[in-house]
Design a protein around this ligand. Structure first.
Ligand SMILES: Cc1ncc(COP(=O)(O)O)c(C=O)c1O
Length: 455
C-alpha cells in the first residue's frame, strides 16, 4: 500500500459526540470541595460563573455527550484536522519508529483551543449570557475564545499574563480583531490584581493570577460569566474530538499507536488526543502508553503533590483534587506561556495517580531544539508549548532506534508558533536559559497550602 503523507477525513466524519472518560476510568476523581465548608460543591455553587449545561457536563458520567449541530457546523471551518505522517522527521532521525501527528494548528486562531471555545460560547449564548471573561497565557486560548465569542455575538474581556502580553504583542492584536478587550494581568481594575501588585509591583503575572482577575470580574456582574481554557472536566471533554478523529485516521493509515504524546499545561490538548485511546485501553484491553510532557520549570505532575488546591492564585475557585506546585507559585517566564500553570485537571491527576498515564518534564532549550528540527523537516513552526511534545517524540524515536524496535508514535501538534517568533529569535541569539525547579522553590510553593497530601 502506498504510504500516505496526510490523512484527511470528510466533514461528515467530524465526531457527533464528545467522549466522557468519567464513564470508563477505574477510579473516579475525588469531588471538588467548597473552600469554606469543605463539602463537595454543588451546581448552585458554580451557577454564578458557568452556564448550567456546562455544569451538567462537568459532573456527567454519561460516556457520550451529543455535540450540538451549531457547534459541529462551526467545527467545519477547520475540522476534521489532518493526521500527518512525519516522514521527513523520521528520515532525519534515521529511526525505525513511525511518527504521526494531529495538526490542531489549522484552526483559525492556530491551536486546539477553539474546540472548547466554540462549545463554551454556544452554551453561554443559549443561556442568554451577554459577556464573558477569561484568562490567557501565551494568547492561544484568548484568541480562540475571542474568535468564538465574535461568532456568537458575545462580548469578551481577556486577562493576558503580563509576560506573554509583552512577549507576544500580535496575539493581543488578533484578539482585538475578533472584538475582545485585552488587559495585561495583573491589572489595577480588580481587587485580586491590586493585591498582587501591592505585594510585587513587577509581577510577571501567571495563569493563576489572571484566572483570579477574570473570575472576580464575572462574579461581580449578573450578565457576565467566566470561561476557562483548560483543567475543568467539560473543557477536556470538548477536546476529545481530536483523539476520536485520530482513531479513524490511524485506521485508514493501517496503523495503531503504541504511544500517544501531548504537552501539558492544564491537560486539555493531552486529554483531547489521549482520552479516546485510554477509553480503548479501559474498554477493549488495548495497551496504548499515554505520555504528558511539562516544562522542567513548572513540573506539577512530576514534582508536585497530589492534594486539594485552588485553581487560581487568590483562592476564588473550589478546591480541586490535583497535582499542584501551590496556587501562589509563579513559574519562570519561559516562552511556553500556556504551560505556566501551577496545577492540573482533576481527571488527568487521578489517571496519573492510578499510573494509567505517564509524565515527563523537559527543559526549555531541548524543546526549542526539537521545535527547530521539526520546522526544518516537516515545515511547520510549532508553538513553544507543542515543542515539548516534539522533544519527547524525538526521545522515544531515538530510543526505538537504539533498541531496533519499530514503534508507532502519535502526538498532538497543539498549535503553530507563528506569533511566537520572538521566542525563536531569543533561542537563536542564545538568550533562552534552562531552568529546572529547585527543591527550595518547590517547598516555598507547597508550604502555603493547608490541605493534607492525599496518599
Ligand atoms: C498551543 C498550546 N498547546 C498547549 C497548551 C497547554 O494547555 P493544555 O494543557 O490545556 O492543552 C496551550 C495553552 O495555552 C497552548 O496554547
Amino acid at each position: 500500500m502506498e504510504q500516505l503523507k496526510k490523512i484527511l477525513l470528510p466533514e461528515k466524519d467530524i465526531p457527533e459526540k464528545w467522549y466522557n472518560i468519567q464513564a470508563d476510568m477505574p477510579n473516579k476523581m475525588l469531588p471538588p470541595l467548597h473552600p469554606g465548608t469543605k463539602q463537595p460543591v454543588g451546581p448552585e455553587d458554580l451557577a454564578p460563573i458557568f452556564p448550567m449545561e456546562l455544569i451538567k457536563q462537568e459532573v456527567s458520567s454519561e460516556r457520550w455527550i451529543e455535540i450540538p449541530d451549531e457547534v459541529r457546523d462551526i467545527y467545519k471551518l477547520w475540522r476534521p484536522s489532518p493526521l500527518i505522517r512525519a516522514s521527513y522527521l523520521e528520515k532525519f532521525l534515521d529511526t525505525p519508529a513511525k511518527i504521526y501527528y494531529k495538526n490542531e494548528g489549522v484552526s483559525p486562531p492556530g491551536s486546539h483551543k477553539p474546540n472548547t471555545a466554540v462549545a463554551q460560547a454556544y452554551y453561554n449564548k443559549m443561556e442568554g449570557v451577554k459577556k464573558l471573561t477569561t484568562e490567557t497565557g501565551a494568547g492561544q486560548w484568548g484568541s480562540a475564545l475571542s474568535f468564538a465569542c465574535q461568532l456568537f455575538g458575545i462580548e469578551l474581556e481577556v486577562f493576558m499574563v503580563k509576560v506573554s502580553y509583552d512577549q507576544k504583542p500580535y496575539r493581543k492584536s488578533m484578539m482585538n480583531v475578533w472584538g475582545a478587550n485585552v488587559f495585561s494581568s495583573p491589572t489595577n481594575i480588580t481587587e485580586s490584581g491590586r493585591k498582587i501588585l501591592a505585594e510585587n509591583p513587577n509581577s510577571p503575572g501567571s495563569l493563576g493570577i489572571a484566572i483570579s482577575e477574570a473570575i472576580e470580574r464575572a462574579a461581580s456582574r449578573d450578565d457576565t460569566k467566566y470561561s476557562l481554557g483548560s483543567v475543568l472536566n467539560h473543557v477536556l471533554l470538548h477536546q476529545t474530538v481530536i483523539g476520536q478523529e485520530a482513531i479513524k485516521q490511524m485506521e485508514i493509515a493501517g496503523d495503531f499507536p503504541d504511544i500517544v504524546i501531548g504537552c501539558f499545561g492544564g491537560g486539555s490538548n493531552f486529554s483531547g488526543i489521549a482520552f479516546p485511546f485510554l477509553g480503548l485501553n479501559f474498554r477493549e484491553g488495548k495497551k496504548v502508553r499515554c505520555l504528558t510532557v511539562e516544562p522542567a520549570s513548572c513540573p506539577k505532575l512530576t514534582k508536585g503533590e497530589f492534594r486539594y488546591d485552588f485553581g487560581d492564585t487568590v483562592g476564588l475557585t473550589p478546591l480541586i483534587p490535583m497535582y499542584t506546585l501551590g496556587h501562589t507559585f509563579v513559574p519562570e517566564p519561559i516562552h511556553a506561556g500556556g504551560l505556566r500553570y501551577h496545577g492540573a485537571g482533576a481527571l488527568v491527576s487521578q489517571l496519573l495517580r492510578d499510573k494509567l498515564i505517564e509524565a515527563q518534564a523537559l527543559r526549555q532549550l531541548e524543546c526549542f531544539d526539537a521545535g527547530v528540527k521539526f520546522a526544518r523537516t516537516e515545515g511547520i513552526i510549532p508553538a513553544p508549548e507543542s515543542t515539548h511534545a516534539i522533544a519527547a517524540v524525538i526521545k522515544e524515536a531515538l530510543k526505538a532506534k537504539e533498541e531496533g524496535a519499530s514503534k508507532t508514535i502519535l502526538f498532538n501538534l497543539s498549535g503553530h508558533g507563528y506569533f511566537d517568533m520572538a521566542a525563536y529569535d531569543d533561542y537563536f541569539k542564545g538568550k533562552l536559559v534552562d531552568h529546572e525547579l529547585t527543591d527550595e522553590e518547590l517547598h516555598a510553593g507547597l508550604k502555603v497550602l493547608d490541605t493534607p497530601v492525599i496518599e
